[in-house]
Ligand binder design. Structure first.
Ligand code: DGL
Length: 281
């Protein structure tokens, strides 16, 4: 259900950061390192994670509900810190829903800023994407990359089990190695000239130590956090939405699941103690 403009406030508020679960924390971290002065409100839809194996319609509906929640909680700008949501929901929300909810609010994704960087990094012009089945099936990465760099060859590999490994806290287990090796090798077997691998899912930086074990040293691995952060900084510099984002240096966390579990797990990922609040959508 679309929130009417009258239900959202015009008072400036925090920047909303949304993910299906914990993965968006890797993006939040990059953004806060670069721009600690802003206020942030993180929402993880842990009750309904993972999104990566769900249909377009379901990912769109879930994402829209979460964006509306962040608007209702005072955000004027929301970042979909989730590739799956960026791939499957961003365009419809921007083009169809925002004009109705409030044309002055903004929702941004993270695929475009990532696509922009690969052309500057690859030398062989062959790159690989590791992502959820939803992101791979959507073809969002090859499409965005080809728009900017038509000469780049893009191969993708869907890794359906990687998000559950993170969300269940099994990402450091010996069993995780099997699934990580399998998908890295599958990707590299698709194109021997790949010199750059994009972690096209915000959960994957949490697996980076294990991923590195199976990726040859001459291949560069791109984590999105810092690129999304610098792209957002440039965006805020160009647009007056920055005036509607408050600068108090705070960060609050919301989850659709148990707050207790969220703050325990998120504290490990962020290396700092945090508290979370459960919200209903
Ligand atoms: N972290 C999300 C992404 O970047 C996906 C996680 C999920 O499958 O829910 O794609």
């Amino acid at each position: 259900m679309i929130t009417a403009k009258s239900q959202v406030s015009d008072v400036p508020g925090p920047i909303g950061i949304f993910d299906s679960g914990y993965g968006g924390l890797t993006i939040l971290k990059g953004i806060r390192e670069l721009m600690p002065e802003y206020d942030y409100l993180y929402l993880g839809d842990n009750a309904r994670t993972p999104y990566g194996t769900r249909s377009f319609q379901v990912v769109y509906e879930y994402t829209l509900e979460c964006v509306q929640k962040l608007f209702q909680m005072g955000c004027h700008l929301v970042i979909l810190a989730c590739n799956t949501a960026s791939a499957k929901a961003l365009r419809t929300i921007q083009q169809r829903d925002l004009p109705e909810i409030d044309p002055n609010r903004r929702v941004l994704g993270i695929i475009r800023p990532t696509a922009e960087i690969v052309g500057e990094v690859t030398k062989t012009r062959h790159i690989g994407i590791l992502a959820t089945p939803g992101t791979i099936r959507s073809l969002s990465y090859p499409l965005e990359i080809k728009k900017l760099y038509p000469d780049i060859e893009v191969k993708g590999e869907a890794c359906p089990i990687w998000v559950p490994l993170v969300e269940t806290g099994e990402f450091n287990s010996d069993g995780a190695d099997f699934f990580i090796k399998q998908h890295v090798e599958n990707l590299l077997a698709k194109d021997s000239q790949i010199d750059t691998i994009v972690l096209g899912c915000t959960h994957y930086p949490l697996l980076i130590e294990k991923i590195r074990k199976f990726v040859p040293d001459n291949i560069r691995i791109i984590e999105q956090g810092k690129y999304v952060a610098s792209s957002l900084q440039a965006y805020l510099g160009r647009h007056d939405i920055a005036d509607r984002c408050t600068r108090g240096g705070t960060c609050r966390y919301l989850t659709t699941e148990s707050a207790e579990t969220f703050h325990q797990t998120a504290s490990i990922f962020l290396n700092e103690k945090i508290t979370a609040q459960t919200v209903t959508l």
